[in-house]
Design a protein around this ligand. Structure first.
Ligand SMILES: Cc1cc2nc3c(=O)[nH]c(=O)nc-3n(C[C@H](O)[C@H](O)[C@H](O)COP(=O)(O)O)c2cc1C
Length: 223
């Protein structure tokens, strides 16, 4: 009898020691937005690929979490903006439960940042503004993709792409699809993680009671 194929790989020996830097309370910025900005600047200067990509976790109405990568398209003290299809899986999750977590892992700097908070749609004017800054192919792509829906095959997608290119020629304005736009994650807490030797990592968390509060509490968490 043929043996059943088995896949098994132990990764117990894969491990990395972290020793580049430390994180001490007196050096932390007064607000987590400023701290985020410092680290984002460091990551950008280090030339990391897709430095603005983040893992975004949402939760379904039955409590099933899901996660995917999205691109951060701007941040300020108002929140962290990303753009997507409002009818996608994440869009449906956020419609029901406007809460999310976002995670940046900049492994070359041995750093991780995690945020949790409340999600709101960005104002339609801001979505329209950003949409018009996207390259033509990406503007058309927003019309082509019924994001997260099942489709028959690759050809279906390419035919739809041609249809929308014909409908909205390159030299003419492409409107933003009504089902596409921005979300803003308004953080209630941020955690800054710096890898240290022997798994004694630094973790500093900032949290606040409400999305409008400027009263951030800082504490150190055990690694
Ligand atoms: C590097 C990278 C960047 C991405 N950026 C976005 C983005 O900004 N917006 C988006 O809707 N999907 C983006 N995606 C695709 C998502 O990860 C995901 O496949 C899609 O949004 C559907 O997710 P959902 O079915 O969970 O809603 C990106 C994927 C990768 C790998």
């Amino acid at each position: 009898m043929a043996e059943k194929p088995k896949t098994k790989r132990s990764l117990a020996r894969l491990r990395q020691e972290y020793s580049q830097a430390g994180l001490l309370e007196p050096e932390m910025a007064a607000t987590p937005f400023d701290q985020f900005d410092r680290w984002f600047e460091d990551a950008s200067e280090a030339g990391l690929l897709e430095v603005n990509s983040m893992s975004l976790a949402t939760c379904s109405p039955v409590g099933l979490p899901s996660v995917r990568t999205v691109l951060l398209k701007g941040y300020s003290e108002k929140g962290f903006d990303f753009y997507t299809n409002y009818e996608s899986r994440k869009g449906r999750d956020l419609e029901h439960l406007p809460r999310a977590a976002a995670l940046f892992f900049w492994k070359e700097l041995e750093r991780q940042i995690v945020l949790h908070g409340i999600v709101e749609k960005v104002h339609r004017d801001e979505t329209e503004d950003y949409f018009q800054q996207r390259p033509y192919g990406a503007r058309i792509g927003a019309w082509v993709s019924n994001q997260s829906q099942e489709i028959p095959n690759r050809e279906w997608l390419e035919e739809r792409d041609q249809e929308f290119r014909a409908k909205y020629p390159e030299k003419e304005p492409v409107p933003a699809p009504p089902h596409w736009g921005g979300y803003r994650l308004i953080p209630l807490d941020f955690e800054f993680w710096q890898g240290r030797p022997n798994r004694l990592h630094d973790r500093i968390e900032y949290s606040r009671p409400t999305k409008v509060s400027e009263d951030w509490t800082m504490r150190r968490l055990s690694p």
